[in-house]
Design a protein around this ligand. Structure first.
Ligand code: PGA
Length: 242
């Protein structure tokens, strides 16, 4: 059985004041699921004592060195993180991260003992050109390293056009991509059945129940609706009940 995961990606939001929200999220009873918050790295240490998993939003592919402004996976682990995102579409766009780079970052995460949440997803132009499954295949092939196992890797399917827009694919479209991801993983990994596959992109309390009822949706990666306990805890509850 795959343990479900409710993951919050705070992006470039939150100062120490936001610790109160994280505490409320962490203290919300959620015995049947894993909960993860990925705050800005400046808050990892402040959240380390909370009864919750924390994660980075990105890591460098190297363990140390002359890379001003970057953070290694070891540093994230040292600050209390158990996970890190890799290959979020905002990194791919803002920082020109390729599948090769995402792959190397995911290996670095594994080497540091972190669970890599590897993000993939098509743009609107790709969906409209009927290229979604081909894009997913090539991102999976390029971004997911051979070091991946069900224990150290989570896949997050996030259509770029659904992130922060309020637009969500149909339930059939989500189900199609998630089962395609599972089938793709099965060609490469003996433990493909154990990988958790998250949906991300405008998840909120009002659509969570429907999304979590889809086959092969093992949780969500949530941006905007993870910033407050009032928004995120109903999503946690919906996942726990699914
Ligand atoms: P959103 O972001 O929930 O605000 O759409 C999701 C994400 O980018 O992980």
């Amino acid at each position: 059985m795959r343990r479900k995961l409710a993951a919050g990606n705070w992006k470039m939001n939150g100062t120490r004041q936001a610790t109160a929200q994280a505490r409320d999220i962490a203290n919300h009873p959620a015995p049947d699921i894993d909960v993860l918050l990925c705050p800005p790295a400046t808050l990892l240490a402040a959240f380390a004592d909370l009864p919750i998993n924390t994660g980075g939003q990105d890591c460098h592919m190297m363990t140390s060195g002359a890379h001003t402004g970057d953070l290694s996976a070891d540093m994230l682990a040292d600050a209390g993180a158990a996970y890190t995102l890799t290959g979020h579409s905002e990194r791919r766009t803002d920082h020109a991260e390729t599948d090769t780079i995402v792959n190397a970052k995911s290996v670095a995460a594994h080497n540091a003992g972190l669970i890599a949440v590897i993000c993939i997803g098509e743009t609107l132009a790709q969906r409209e050109a009927n290229e979604t499954l081909a894009v997913i295949d090539s991102q999976l092939a390029g971004s997911v390293p051979d070091t991946a196992t069900a224990a150290n890797t989570v896949i997050a399917y996030e259509p770029v056009w659904a992130i922060g827009t309020g637009k969500v694919p149909t339930l059939d479209q989500i189900g199609e991509v998630h089962s395609h991801i599972r089938a793709h993983l099965a060609k490469r990994f003996d433990d493909a059945d154990g990988f958790r596959i998250l949906y991300g992109g405008s998840v909120k309390a009002s659509n969570a129940n429907d999304i979590f009822a889809i086959d092969n949706v093992d949780g969500a990666l949530v941006g905007g609706a993870s910033l407050t306990a009032a928004d995120f805890t109903p999503i946690m509850d919906a996942l726990g009940a699914s």
